[in-house]
Design a protein around this ligand. Structure first.
Ligand SMILES: CC(=O)SCCNC(=O)CCNC(=O)[C@H](O)C(C)(C)COP(=O)(O)OP(=O)(O)OC[C@H]1O[C@@H](n2cnc3c(N)ncnc32)[C@H](O)[C@@H]1OP(=O)(O)O
Length: 408
């Protein structure tokens, strides 16, 4: 077996191999998936081939930006299109591709890679940890009344809207979606960029794909778009919102009100509902909205620990010694992390550790979406002194729960 880089000439064979690994036929893509492969960067992908030259495995890489806590935007690799033909599984093909890919990413100077895992049992061994989560909120319309907001004097009350909502179709508002998404993702920890070629080629799920959708565009008091909700109405009088993107809470609330105010609808499903979103608190009946499909979304892998830890913003001062194992790459390091005034310093140390952890666990806590204390209680992370987990919880916290809804 050989693993080789691909070029544009390999696009067809790469796509065919990915489809075969997923047991799908290219001729009948799943509804709304769009043409994901039109965003492939063929100079970044890998193909595993047999000695006879037959393709058996694929691993792709996209160039994204990721927003870290503290509104820091950094380059990351989005690993994608990973597959091995059913005839060649459990013989180490994926492991060889992952090793090659991680080595190449480091050689390019990358310090973070991310992915969406098809199965949660695959990627921890390669150093990835689940770092953002998503869920679905279903609200029956007859229970969707909003609580009366508390107004203070002449100031706008929470949930009151000084803007407007315009109803458009997906085909007529591509530029607005792209522009609003870009402003949103720069301030949202855990969010990924959606490069122009994704929107231009419809590579992804709605509303990136050009599947027919209605789009409610929210504009602020000056008429500038500051949010959108892409949605469709389907079976069982259900209105399904693909994604709600808003640059502030007022725009989000206005779009939620818009969706929940539809006639001929008995329930509204908000896909990709952010885990810490206040919408349930805004409804008169706290239990009106049912959360379901809570699942992992973005998995994070640190390739350069000091660089990754000093790149993000921090919100509490403190000092921790982290003892980090990276079994897949056969590495081990002990680092003194010192945070002062929002910035971190991270240097090798031989001091006694506060916490011992695997690099995959560091990936899970890195964006602030998984509490260190949870992983201590789960037996993943070892705390060596009392108070270490609580301090680490406070340190790794982000300004809000990280959330990613880009599908790739
Ligand atoms: C980012 C993405 O693209 S996610 C998409 C991932 N791809 C898919 O889900 C498509 C369908 N599945 C596949 O193509 C293959 O099963 C893959 C790519 C997941 C695994 O490829 P393989 O070449 O079989 O993996 P490999 O032989 O290197 O396995 C390495 C280890 O992981 C384990 N492993 C690999 N896949 C799985 C799995 N799906 N479930 C449980 N264990 C797994 C193997 O048992 C092995 O364990 P060991 O080291 O203890 O023996």
């Amino acid at each position: 077996m050989e693993i080789r880089p691909t070029t544009d000439q390999d696009l067809e064979v790469f796509v065919d191999t990915v489809f075969a690994a997923f047991g799908r036929f290219r001729e009948s893509p799943a509804e709304g998936d769009g043409f994901l492969w039109s965003a492939y960067e063929m100079d970044r992908n890998l193909l595993a081939v047999t000695a006879e030259g037959r393709p058996i495995g694929t691993a792709g890489a996209y160039s994204f930006e990721l927003t870290l806590p503290g509104e820091t935007v950094v380059p990351v690799t989005g690993v994608t299109g990973v597959g091995v033909l059913p005839s060649h599984r459990r013989q180490g093909v994926l492991s060889a591709m992952m090793r090659r890919q991680l080595t190449e990413l480091r050689a390019r100077g990358e310090f973070l890679s991310v992915l969406l895992a098809s199965e949660a049992v695959i990627y921890r061994r390669f150093g990835y940890g689940p770092a953002t989560y998503t869920e679905r909120l279903t609200v029956p319309r007859h229970r969707a009344a909003f609580a009366r907001p508390r107004g203070t004097g002449d100031a706008p009350a929470t949930g009151s809207d000084v803007g407007s909502v315009e109803l458009l179709r997906r085909a007529e508002c591509g530029e607005i979606l792209e522009e609003v998404y870009d402003r949103y993702r720069r301030a949202q920890p855990g969010a990924l960029s959606r490069p122009h070629r994704w929107w231009a080629s419809g590579a992804g799920q709605p509303p990136v794909s050009t599947a027919p959708r209605y789009v409610a565009v929210h504009r602020d008091a000056d008429g500038v778009p500051d949010g959108y909700a892409s949605y469709s109405m389907g079976e069982s009088e259900t209105l399904t919102v693909d994604e709600t993107i808003a640059t502030d809470d007022a725009a989000y609330t206005a779009l939620a009100r818009f969706a929940l105010g539809h006639d001929l609808v008995s329930q509204v499903v908000f896909k990709h509902f952010p885990p810490d979103h206040p919408l349930r608190w805004q409804l008169a009946d706290f239990n009106a909205g049912q959360l379901s499909n809570h699942t992992d979304w973005l998995w994070v892998r640190l390739l350069d620990i000091p660089r990754a830890l000093t790149a993000r913003g921090w919100f509490t001062d403190g000092e921790l010694v982290l003892d980090v194992d990276d079994p897949f790459l056969g590495e081990h390091g002990r680092y003194l992390l010192t945070v002062r005034d929002g910035k971190a310093d991270c240097v090798p140390t031989d001091r006694e550790p506060d916490l011992s952890l695997d690099v995959s666990d560091l990936g899970s806590v890195y964006l602030g979406g998984t509490a260190v204390s949870t992983l201590v209680r789960a037996g993943h992370i070892r705390a060596h002194r009392e108070g270490a987990a609580a301090l680490a919880d406070a340190l790794f916290r982000a300004e809000r729960a990280p959330h990613c809804l880009h599908w790739f």
